[in-house]
Design a protein around this ligand. Structure first.
Ligand code: WT7
Length: 590
């Protein structure tokens, strides 16, 4: 494996067991037994399980793997055979460009077939794939591509001009930029290659090289409270959990038409937007268009979507629009949701208006796959996320004064029993557990204690063993289901010459859950004018894209912790109208 992503200075401190062999006969083993493995015992590769094994079976090769709706609503179908050919071409192209196993291939793409081809083709080549959010501005993209040591980027001419050209000089490791599906107007950008033309010249068959199940496959960036974004690294073995959870939580079967509305730049867009439905052998629907209620209803109806995986923000947007013109959806078997709290109202609305109560599912970038869910046959308990899936052992840990799980001097934790509230934790060893934060072994090690992975979420458990989300134990913001690190936003604001200090929080919003709000103090002598506010908003928007603050407040001073850090919790408590210092009620107030 070159370069070696998993070994590093902190390797010895990595918690066991990393090889995650669950009990034989467990839920994971059943899924593992249904996977092929590479021919000749050459290991386990996600792309083989998702594409090639179906394409190799004459009975399945002609089935539709990807049904793509372009912006004008035209349907384009790719069969498993087509997908095997295109991904083979992409794998050959990487080799021709001198890009080897272990190197990082990034995408900055919307929902287009080039995304599926790049992700699966790069996995065939045993590269590590990192999909980025195309609505990010140049600053978060540069940060992630630098941290991930991107060797290749696949994007469109428009996104290249807007987001990459301004930062290209700061990305010395980036050897190849491949452009696809332009608007036909701009022609080639200097220093880029035409992906579509290059693919045509490659062979449509490719033999995947030996792949250890523990070889890195996917790199997903996620945000913490402080410091740089964290690159959660997942291995090929994760496909075991993708298959098991696709069945257990989403009830996916080969004859399903599955629609996952997540953006490809977040983990849901890969785990369930690409891998899970293909591993099952189902058809995935990929819709290039942005949210539009009527269009979504039309798509559900016309395409006959059977399983729909979406998010609370999208459901709330549908609710807002009202019930006129909602078609009957007799083929829709399951509606599921992820990413943020699913309010009981939204559950009841989906039951009444769509004919199916939305099933909540809980997981994280780090877990790689759904861990807690209302399972298909379960009665939905509105307001609850459901129960741990088979093979998943969840627990609640007693918390210390900092709000996180209390870890004793000898590394022990206190597991709460019965009805309880604490930090949600998962017993290590499930197949899609992240294996590292790239280049940050100490941050990785800090996520584990006593054989548990600590999620950073506070949850409550009822008598029936259902988990309810209470709050995040840290300061990260969830806006429209997207996790936003306040530090990343603050850094962009303080880079402006007028700003001395910034504190960024999430403020409640009825549709998006939270909106990003910034409090800033200004350099002495700088007037807090409306012009300056507009300039700061524009500055943040240019650098950050869609994750920029929606609101900026000028403050005379910001509250600080004893160690001198901006105390975001207090900003949030004030925002919510809680009396100063009364932080204890903050969690329940959210
Ligand atoms: C955080 C993880 C992998 C899914 C997409 C988000 C929050 C996730 C729920 C839910 C309430 C939820 C948690 C979690 N979250 N699902 N069903 N109810 N909150 O992945 O960006 O890594 O965010 O999203 O706070 O820790 P992510």
């Amino acid at each position: 494996m070159q370069p070696d992503l998993l070994r590093g200075p902190g390797a010895a401190r990595r918690p066991a067991p990393l090889r995650g062999r669950a009990d034989p006969g467990s839920a994971w083993e059943a899924a593992r037994a249904d996977l092929d493995g590479l021919p000749g015992g050459a290991g386990l590769n996600i792309a083989h399980e998702a594409v090639d094994r179906h394409a190799a079976d004459p009975a399945r090769a002609g089935r539709v793997a990807v049904r793509w709706l372009d912006r004008s609503d035209t349907v384009h179908d790719l069969t498993y055979r087509d997908l095997a050919g295109r991904t083979a071409r992409f794998a050959h192209l990487l080799a021709r460009l001198g890009v080897g196993p272990g190197e990082r291939v990034f995408t900055l793409l919307g929902r287009v077939p080039a995304l599926h081809v790049t992700v699966l083709g790069a996995l065939k080549a045993r590269c590590v794939v990192s999909p980025l959010f195309s609505a990010f501005g140049p600053a978060p993209v540069r940060e992630r591509m630098r941290l991930g040591g991107a060797a290749v980027l696949v994007t469109t001419p428009q996104l290249y001009r807007r987001t990459i050209a301004p930062i290209r000089a700061g990305l010395p490791d980036l050897r190849h930029v491949l452009l696809t599906g332009g608007d036909g107007s701009g022609g080639g950008e200097p220093g880029t290659l035409d992906l579509d033309a290059l693919l045509d010249a490659e062979e449509p068959t490719f033999t995947i090289g030996p792949t250890d199940p523990q070889d890195p496959a996917l790199l997903h960036f996620t945000s913490g409270t402080t410091g740089t974004p964290k690159g959660a690294l997942h291995v090929h073995e994760a496909v075991v959990a993708h298959l098991a959870t696709a069945r257990a939580a989403l009830d996916l079967r080969p004859d399903d038409l599955f629609w996952c509305t997540a953006d490809p730049g977040w983990v849901t867009g890969t785990s369930y937007g690409i891998v899970a439905p293909l591993v099952v052998g189902a058809t995935l629907l990929s819709d290039q268009g942005e949210f539009d209620a009527l269009r979504w209803y039309r798509t559900l109806e016309r395409e006959g979507v059977t399983v729909w995986y979406t998010a609370p923000t999208a459901i709330r947007m549908l609710m807002r629009r009202g019930e006129d013109g909602v078609p009957a959806l007799p083929r829709l078997r399951l509606v599921a949701s992820v990413g943020e709290p699913l309010d009981p109202d939204a559950v009841r609305w989906t039951a009444r208006v769509l004919g199916r109560a939305a099933h909540d599912t809980w997981w994280q970038t780090e877990t790689g796959a759904i861990m807690i869910a209302h399972r298909p046959g379960d009665d939905v308990v509105p307001g609850s996320m459901g129960r741990p899936l088979p093979g998943v052992q969840a627990g609640l840990l007693a918390r210390g004064p900092d709000g996180r799980a209390a870890v004793g001097a000898h590394g022990g934790v206190h597991v709460l029993h019965g009805v309880a509230e604490g930090e949600l934790a998962l017993r290590t060893g499930w197949p899609s557990m992240f294996r590292a934060y790239l280049g940050a072994p100490e941050r990785y090690a800090a996520c584990f204690a006593d054989g548990w992975y600590l999620t950073g979420d506070i949850a409550r458990r009822d008598l029936q063993g259902h988990y309810r989300f209470v709050a995040r134990a840290d300061d990260v913001i969830k806006s429209a289901g997207h996790l936003i690190g306040p530090f990343e936003v603050e850094s962009v604001l303080t880079a402006h010459p007028a700003v001395v200090e910034a504190g960024v929080i999430g403020t409640p919003d009825p549709v998006a859950g939270e909106l990003v709000k910034a409090f800033v103090t200004l350099r002495a002598g700088t007037e807090p004018t409306e012009e300056l506010r507009a300039e700061l908003l524009a500055h943040a928007r240019r650098a950050l894209g869609v994750v920029a603050p929606k609101e900026i407040v000028f403050a005379d001073a910001l509250p600080h912790t004893r160690s001198g850090k901006v105390m975001r919790r207090l900003l949030r408590a004030r925002e919510l109208g809680l009396p100063d210092g009364d932080l204890s009620t903050l969690e329940t107030a959210r």
